[in-house]
Design a protein around this ligand. Structure first.
Ligand SMILES: Nc1nc2c(c(=O)[nH]1)N[C@@H](CNc1ccc(C(=O)N[C@@H](CCC(=O)N[C@@H](CCC(=O)N[C@@H](CCC(=O)O)C(=O)O)C(=O)O)C(=O)O)cc1)CN2
Ligand code: MET
Ligand SMILES: [Zn+2]
Length: 774
């Protein structure tokens, strides 16, 4: 093993989709059959080259300061591909060496024909999604793919000694789920030795191409929400890094404990032969000196610049943290200044946001500014405050301007939040509401959709034209009304029971509201990868929130005017608006959530006034913000559920309140769903084949539930039989009068070629099961 020290400053990862979403476009064109494989491979190489050049320009030129962390879809899928660890239904895609080609790789991600894609779920408490490995006793696990070594070599050819980044073995197995045919009691961690064997080869290969450092991300260690006892996880950590550490044919290993505190995993890592440990000092804290003693002889990477938000780092605080850490570490421990996580969660460059108010812009740091911040802090740590006096002064001034800005504290808003009472968060008893809602006249197993219909190229073009001034406001509104009329007509033809207007007018379910509320700012180029090629542009929630005017009423009222069937009003809930925005860090989140709850409460009252009798308040992110440590959960659930109830608490008894939560693993939050007190809750269930239902049934959930029977994240068309079977499973688990029939999520990412036949099959599935029950 050849050694070299870690640089003074580094980042744990960088955005991968391209500053102008070049990779997104290249992927989507390739999937649409419009370009060749070579076009895609070349476009991805160009994105990597541009990133390296940008990081060079920003001064991140020391050896091993830049990460080699690129992936064409997802970092967990990339591990699956490197190990050839594919579930049985994809095994025919493996070549003679046990590897996947490009198309095979995408088939795992997106499904094909009658094989469903890998399940997709949230990456820790972020809005990024990874693909869930399925590991059984017989899953092939070997080192079969060389892409990461190739990436290192490619960087080297361009003069950059980059640090390869891979998801660590323990996290990989903790994120995995057991295959359906695995015997009772099997856990993916049972395959640790095989995985280590493969990682051993992987590291050897990286050593052979000349890599002197490798970063193994182990965020799973900061969470306590796994289905195995902590002792078993700690033993896996010890076994893994003792074993990998014992190899001589390997780069030096940096284990990154991101998204929180490593806790009792820290001393365990300390006992192994890994050369470096990265600590997240933004989501976590500086460990006690006696715990840090275990790191004697290792390098420590101090994540003091947030990889999660876009606020500039408080330089004084970060320096204090770094000095505190240094004082508590064994004498002479080398400290590298870093980001807390990969920068994949933040956009590239705030300097491009020329439409943002100047003062707001001065409060921000996007990825490229954070790259500079880690370097400034490294200089300050090495040479003292004087060496960075100008930067410190600028930072203090920016923070002062933020504090003194009138928009960050609006007296009327604070008073309204302070005046909220428990009664404001409570509706009548469910039975009373149920009786009042009978006048909706819904059949057994009512059918509905989650809100959005396809965001077609025409819709986006119209919006782009409107933005550029090529369409007048009235022309744009007419185009949207035409789209709504089309969507309503289609739903009537299909025979759905509760209709939606289709959300054509929304660029995104959060950004749309952010643009209409005071207290938010929207970016122009601030794209962040959400999954695969899909991106979002989180708004910046910087001030107190007010609603200058109703936001959805005109569209919903127009849609209702076109049909006798009930039209669902469609809102995004307070927690989700927060979670999918870059939220201010200067007031408690409970305060922000209640401010949002109050504006949504007014919106619901306006919808009722306009004759809307069903209102859906989406909270897909309520699960995502759930703290990784169970001790922090009760408090979180209290304020998050509380803000939803504040939003819906004044709805009339006859107004049917729906909520929608995507992503499975709801077993953990069934209780919370219950506390939301919505009349109807739709959830994602199809990719996990309804395996949430036993938990729901056991809990004795008394209100109505729509477990999705169509996985809308995949471009497949589930048949009538498939959806009938899933729905049958639902009515087997729950009383039929509580069951709704709907897809897993909104249809905005799908095309009409899939939507029409699948909804037809969905309505037919409802009819089939109704007949069986009759
Ligand atoms: N914020 C958020 N997070 C979420 C979800 C969500 O809906 N929103 N859903 C879950 C799954 N995640 C998702 C994330 C993104 C998308 C998605 O479809 N994103 C779109 C962008 C949506 C958008 O903002 N569209 C804008 C602008 C789109 C655009 O690219 N415009 C063109 C110009 C228009 C054209 O000619 O196409 C451009 O800027 O170049 C609009 O409609 O106005 C995409 O990546 O393609 C879907 C699901 C979880 N997290
Ligand atoms: C990510 S949850 C999506 C809910 C939203 N109403 C939609 O249908 O698009
Ligand atoms: Zn959803």
């Amino acid at each position: 093993m050849s050694t070299t020290s870690l640089p003074a400053a580094t980042i744990l990862g960088y955005p991968r989709i391209g500053a102008n979403r070049e990779l997104k476009r290249a992927l989507e064109q390739y999937w649409a059959g419009k370009t060749t494989r070579e076009d895609l491979v070349q476009a991805a190489a160009q994105v990597r080259a541009a990133n390296r050049q940008r990081l060079n320009e920003l001064g991140l030129t020391e050896a091993y300061a830049q990460p080699a962390d690129h992936t064409l879809y997802d970092q967990v899928l990339s591990v699956i591909a490197h190990l050839g660890a594919v579930p049985a239904r994809f095994r025919d895609l493996l070549d003679e060496n046990g590897g996947l080609d490009l198309d095979g790789y995408f088939t795992l991600a997106r499904g094909e024909g009658d094989r469903p894609a890998l399940e997709m779920t949230k990456w820790f408490d972020s809005n990024y999604h990874y693909l869930v490995p399925e590991i059984g006793p017989d899953t092939p696990i070997d080192y079969v793919e060389y892409a990461l070594a190739d990436q290192f070599r490619e960087a080297l050819e361009q003069g950059v000694e980059a640090r390869p980044v891979l998801v660590g073995p323990v996290t990989f197995l903790l994120l995995a789920k057991a295959t359906d045919d695995a015997p009772e009691g099997f856990h993916p961690l049972d395959r640790l030795n095989d995985v280590l064997h493969a990682y051993g080869h992987w590291l050897m290969d990286l050593q052979n191409v000349g890599a002197k450092w490798v970063q193994l991300d182990e965020p799973a260690l900061v969470s306590d929400s796994w289905d195995v006892p902590r002792e078993r996880i700690l033993k896996a950590v010890k076994d893994a890094y003792t074993w990998l550490g014992a190899s001589v044919d390997r780069p030096q290993i940096l284990v990154a404990g991101t998204y929180g505190n490593l806790g009792d995993a820290l001393p365990v890592l300390g006992e192994t032969d890994v050369e470096g440990v990265a600590l997240d000092l933004v989501a976590g804290q500086v460990p006690a000196a006696e715990d840090l003693a275990a790191l004697a002889g290792k390098s420590v990477v101090a994540g003091v610049v947030s990889g999660r938000n876009i606020w500039r780092t408080n330089m004084d605080e970060a320096l204090a943290t770094l000095r505190d850490l240094q004082a508590k570490l064994p004498q002479g421990t080398p400290v590298t200044v870093a980001t807390s996580t990969s920068l994949q969660h933040v956009p590239h460059d705030k300097e491009r946001e020329t439409s943002l108010p100047q003062d707001l812009r001065s409060w921000l740091a996007f990825a490229d500014q954070k790259v500079q911040e880690v370097q400034v802090l490294a200089r300050g740590l090495a040479q003292g405050d004087e060496a960075i006096a100008a930067e410190l002064a600028e930072d203090r001034a920016a923070r002062e301007s933020r504090q003194n800005h009138p928009g960050t504290r609006v007296a009327a808003v604070r008073e309204a939040v302070a005046a909220v009472t428990e009664a404001d968060r409570n509706r009548s008893a469910y039975e009373v509401r149920l009786a009042a809602q009978e006048s909706l006249g819904l059949p057994l197993l009512p059918t509905t959709t989650i809100g959005s219909f396809p965001q077609t190229a025409d819709i986006r073009k119209a919006r782009a034209a409107y933005r550029k001034g090529e369409l007048s406001e009235e022309q744009y509104a007419q185009a949207m009304r035409d789209e709504i009329a089309h969507v309503v007509k289609l739903q009537e033809e299909l025979g759905l029971d509760v209709l939606v207007h289709g959300e054509a007018e929304r660029n995104d379910m959060v950004q749309y509201f952010a643009e209409l509320l005071e207290g938010f700012a929207a970016t122009e180029h601030g794209w962040v990868q959400s999954y695969g090629s899909r991106c979002t542009r989180p708004s910046i929630l910087w001030g107190d929130v007010t609603r200058p005017a109703p936001m959805t009423v005109e569209w919903s009222a127009y849609a209702q005017s076109l049909t006798e069937k009930p039209m669902k009003g469609m809102l995004t809930g307070p927690v989700t608006i927060m979670a999918w925005s870059f939220v201010r860090d200067d007031v408690p989140r409970k305060q922000v959530a209640d401010q949002l709850g109050l504006v949504l409460r007014d919106e619901i009252a306006d919808l009722e006034q306009a004759g809307i009798r069903v209102v859906q308040v989406d909270e897909p992110a309520i699960r995502e913000l759930l703290p990784l440590q169970s001790k922090d959960r009760a408090e979180y659930l209290d304020w998050s559920v509380g803000s939803f109830r504040l939003a819906t608490g004044q709805a009339q008894d006859g107004t049917q309140v729906h909520t929608h939560l995507c992503y499975s693993e709801f077993n953990v939050v069934v209780d919370a769903i219950d506390h939301l007190d919505a009349d109807v809750t739709s959830i994602e269930a199809s990719r996990s084949k309804m395996d949430i239902l036993p938990a729901v049934a056991e809990h004795g959930f008394s209100r109505q539930l729509g477990p999705g029977i169509w996985d809308i994240h995949s471009p497949r068309v589930p048949s009538e039989e498939e959806q009938t079977a899933l729905l049958q499973a639902a009515v087997d688990a729950l009383p039929a009068k509580q069951v709704w029939v709907n897809p897993d999520c909104g249809l905005k990412t799908r095309g009409y070629a899939e939507v029409e036949p699948t909804l037809r099959n969905l309505v037919a599935a409802a009819r089939n099961v109704r007949e069986r029950l009759a």
